[in-house]
Structures are given as C-alpha cells and as structure tokens.
Design a protein around this ligand. Sequence first.
Ligand SMILES: [Zn+2]
Length: 508
Amino acid sequence: MILLLVFAVIVPLSAQQKPECTVRVTLLQVNDVYQFVPVDLGTRGGLARVLTLKKEIEKESPNTIFLLSGDTISPSVESITYKGAQMIDAWNLAGLDYSTFGNHEFDFGPDVLLQRMKESKFKWIAANVIDKKTGKPFGDAPAYVVREFDGVKIGIFGLTLEETAVTSRPGPDVQFLNPCDTARKMVSEIHARGVKTVVALTHLSMSEDKEVARCADIDVIIGGHEHTLLESTSGGAPIFKMTADARELGQIDLNISKSTGAVESIDWKVIPVTDQTKDDPQFAVINQKYGALLKELSRVVGRTAVDLDARSAIGRTQETNVGDFIADSFRAATGSDVALMNGGSIRADEIIRAGTLTRRDVLSILPFKNKVVKVELSGATLRQTLEHGVARSAEDAEPGRFPQVSGVKFSFDATRPAGSRIVNLTINDKPLDEKKNYTLAASDYVAIDGGDGYAILKGTRLLIPRERAQFDSDILQAAIVAKKVITPKVEGRIKRLDKGQKQSTDCK
Ligand SMILES: [Zn+2]
C-alpha cells in the first residue's frame, strides 16, 4: 500500500516535468562528398547508409535540417560521364535540405552548375558568390534562408572560398566576395528579421572560418574543404568539419530558448558511417539507374603488392612509383625509346593502398582519356623538353608540367636558371646524344596540344598519330592486367640536387 502510494506520487511527477523551455533543432552535416557509393573498399560512407541514419535520427529529433557544406559535383570518376548529375540524383533521394557551393562546384563551368541547380530538389544557398550581371547570388540562389520550428527561428547563410575564382572555372561573370564582410552583412540582415540563431554553412579554409566566426555573431559554423575531421571554436562559435565522402555524419543539436530565440546550448557527436549500417532500401533506384557504370567501375583488373603514391603534390614535385609505372606502360605500348608524362595528369590525389585494383582506381589515376602518341625528336629537343619539365620546380609549389619518365635518368638543380638545370642526363643508360633522333611516347595533350607549356613538342614528327593512338587509361589498365600483380617502386630516375624543395600546399 505504501509502495503504491509512493508510485502514485512519483509517476505523475515524472510525467509532468516542467514544460520544455527549449526547442531542439538538429543539424545533420556532411561535406566534400564526391561519390554516393561507399569508399575505403566499401567500409565507410555511402549515401544509402546516411539515409538510414538520418531516418533514425529524425524519429528521435523531428526538427532536423540536412546540410552539405559544398564540393560534390566534381571530381570523381562518375563525373567524367555525368558531370555531377549523379550526385544531384543521390542528394534528392537522400533528402538533403541545403548545400552551399564548394570550389569544385564550378569545375565544369557555370552553365553546368546552373543545370545541376535546376535538377536539385534541395536549395543551394550562397551569400558571397555573385553573378556580376545581376548583382545577385549565382543562379538566383538565396543568400540565406530562415526556418521555423515550434516557434523558434534559425537563419542559415552560405559562404564559399574566394580562391574559387582562380582554382576552378566559374568564368568571368562570377565574383567571390570577402567572407568576413559578407558574414557581417548576413548576420545583421538575419537579426533584423527577428532571428537570433544564425548558422553559417561554409566551404572555407579553417583559418577563414575562424576569422568569419570572430567578425560576425554566428552561433555555429558547418564547414568543409579540408577533408580532415576538425572541431574548433572561434569568437564563441564552434566550427565543425567532417572528413569527406560521408565517412561521418555530424549531428549538431542546437537547444534554442523558446523565450529569447537564442541558442542556450549545443550538443554534438560525430557518427561514423560504416558497413554496420544497412542501406536504406529507397536508395536502390539510384544504384539501379547508375548500375551499369558502377558495375564497370568495380571490375577488378589486377592487384598491387605495394601502395601506389598518386598524390598530386608528390607527382608534381618528384618521381613516384605510379609515375614510373605509367611512363613504362606508355613506352612499352608504343615501342618508344623513352616516355614522358606531365605529373599533373595523375589525378587520384591519394595513396592507393596495396590490394585489388579496379577500373575505378585506373580511371581515378588517369581520368582525362588522353591519347598516347609517339613522336620522333632530336636529342637536343629531348633535352629541352626535359628542361621544360623542371623549369618551374623552384618557382611553383606544384608545377603540373613536372615529368614522370621512362628510359630517362637525370639529376637537376633548381637553383640554376630555368633551361639549364639538368645534369647527368642518360637515355637508356647512355649519355644523351644531341644529334641522334629518339622516339618519345607522350599524351596528345602534351605532344600535340603543347599542354602544360610543352610547346616545344608541337613540331615533332608524329609516328603514332592521335587517330591510331590508345587511351592512356586503357594502356595503364592493360599493363596491370598483363602483370596481374604489380610492384612498382621509385627507381631513382630523377634526382633533385638542391635542397630548396618547397613544402607543397594541400589544395583540395
Ligand atoms: Zn573544397
């Protein structure tokens, strides 16, 4: 009887907790997502899993906004074919609410991005990306949006890296305004509408995010671009960045006061997206639509017994094992004396771990579908060609022209004047003979179009012209298939004599 009495007292009390004074708004964050299928051999990421997680979170926290902090249309192997349309399809199905522009959104030019925006069921928001012709945000994107949940309001505005003007292809009509000035203006506009809670959805460097947080009254910054899991605070605002490719889902809960409309507290967690989470069955239509390409890309073509260094910063500054392997395959496939490729053509920008190699790996290394041609040139021209390859090695952190070679061995001193940096040049272990003619395998981009400044090759005699040439990626793939297991190593073909090698900057 006593016990019952106790329950009778306790139960109503817990059921009648004082009315909630705050409203919880959950921000779900991803950034820098280049493919909708899982990465890391299927163990991490995958938007079908993200959709499962999102639905679980929404059951418990109904006021949810799903945010992408930019970079999704490019680069990827799928985008070679679809120019980012496949990602828009995936985001539409995954229920994305808002995205801001990353620098890579402009890689296919402004017209393609406008087309992608038309296809988007979610909204792109951009405060500092301005169409010069209209003076308004690009593609008529809203600079900010205001959402209301249970009587509390939240404003979200978008910011993009200013350097996008030069690192991507936005064209002459798109202007990127200073993030800090823009943030100040946005916050005052949003506050003027009686909205106290302000979220910045950004694609900036961490130092710029910190600056933005210091110069404007922002409650939280949902950022990206670094591909590194980062949490920081500046000016009283927390800043969150997930890595990339939806390996994690950020959950940021804003507890907003019903009486003041201001953020009272923030809780957050980083949820790993792994193969422990099932695919949402709704996502099957996307996998079906792109099934043929995905199947083709997942086809195993061979194995590598060693890690393949396909990092851009390395391939543009020094000899790499993958550079040696590709140059060897070009030379063998064309029966040339030597081969040269510009380091900037190697694109995967990651270390491909030892293990199986798929068609996706091959295309991620060589995505441009260049043709590999064969030309005849004098020893003197070959020397000048190689000189051109190292002529920016002291001046640029990551010169795309840097040569990866086969049949060639040389040292260079980048402190010497451009054009006379190479010493100890040998061709197939013999000193280069300036008067002798040699045959060279190179991409049509370099040898015919004079890409990366290799204009010197333009006049050389074509032995295998473009029409009869094979694609670079097909040659690489055939070389892997033929060997079954590859074990390329850096063979000491290129040696840098001066120590002045600049630290490369990691630009995502
Ligand atoms: Zn970026």
